[in-house]
Ligand binder design. Structure first.
Ligand code: ZN
Length: 267
């Protein structure tokens, strides 16, 4: 069942377009919405709420958004937000699009659970030590974990640098400008660590990658997904979207056989 927020945003999009579009197009659009063709559009329009909103509500909203993008399907992925000395985390192993505010855990900065989810059966996410690493090492305000197919595919092209760390390099794409400290002509280096059987066992390699690549706002995990952080949930979300875009372009370039003569990211 759609959430209250999702319904509200759909109502806004219907109302906005109704007054702008010609009647015939409006009718077509409403029919398309009725049969479920507007999922991507909801995701595009859905504005992330301001920091005045409760972190619990924000986590639910981000999970629903990411679900529509295919980033947290099958109970995968995770979202965590920090407010001062309190860290809020989505629970483990549940359908992310159905999470409710009372399902969120609260932790202190040392990683101790200070408030359990209302449902005692819910468990803290295995991503917790990874989220905490970004909060601690980068003073992040929010950390997101997605299983984006674009990122997973792109990790197959990562070049091994040393040990368990590989890299992907992106340049001369407009969306690089959405990443903190990067311009169009800069090279954005995305570290990629090898996957492990258990998510929490990624902690050491993630911390190693964060330390070795001080300009990065994300660490990808080969065959798995990505952790992205930002000073707040808006920055974390938009940077996750930019990186997903870059990864999609990389994969499409490789699939299309784009050469270095055509683009610096070609082969
Ligand atoms: Zn994961």
């Amino acid at each position: 069942m759609p959430s209250g927020c999702a319904l509200r945003f759909r109502a806004i999009s219907i109302q906005g377009d109704f007054f702008i579009w010609p009647n015939s197009l409006t009718s077509l659009y409403l029919v398309a919405m009725a049969i479920g063709f507007q999922t991507d559009r909801v995701s595009e329009i859905n504005p992330i709420q301001t920091r005045d909103t409760s972190p619990r509500d924000l986590i639910c909203e981000i999970c629903r958004n990411f679900y529509t993008l295919g980033w947290v399907s099958g109970t995968g992925g995770g979202v965590s937000i920090r407010r001062n000395d309190t860290i809020y985390m989505a629970p483990s192993g549940v359908e992310k699009e159905k999470i409710k505010p009372e399902d969120i855990f609260e932790l202190d900065l040392a990683g101790n659970v200070t408030r359990h989810a209302k449902n005692e059966k819910l468990k803290l996410t295995e991503c917790a030590p990874l989220f905490l690493s970004a909060f601690e090492m980068r003073n992040a305000g929010a950390v997101l974990h997605s299983h984006s197919p674009n990122v997973v595919l792109s990790t197959l092209y990562a070049k091994r640098v040393e040990g368990r760390i590989s890299v992907l390099e992106f340049t001369e794409l407009e969306m690089i400008k959405g990443l903190e400290g990067h311009g169009y002509h800069d090279v954005f280096t995305l570290p990629v660590v090898d996957n492990t059987a258990k998510e929490c066992d990624l902690t050491d390699s993630l911390r190693e990658a964060i330390a070795k690549y001080p300009k990065t706002c994300a660490v990808a995990v080969r065959n798995h997904g990505i952790y992205v952080w930002g000073k707040d949930e808006v920055k974390a979300k938009t940077q996750a979207e930019c990186i997903d875009y870059l990864c999609e372009i990389l994969v499409r370039m490789r699939q299309s056989g784009i050469t270095r003569d055509q683009h610096p990211m070609g082969v």
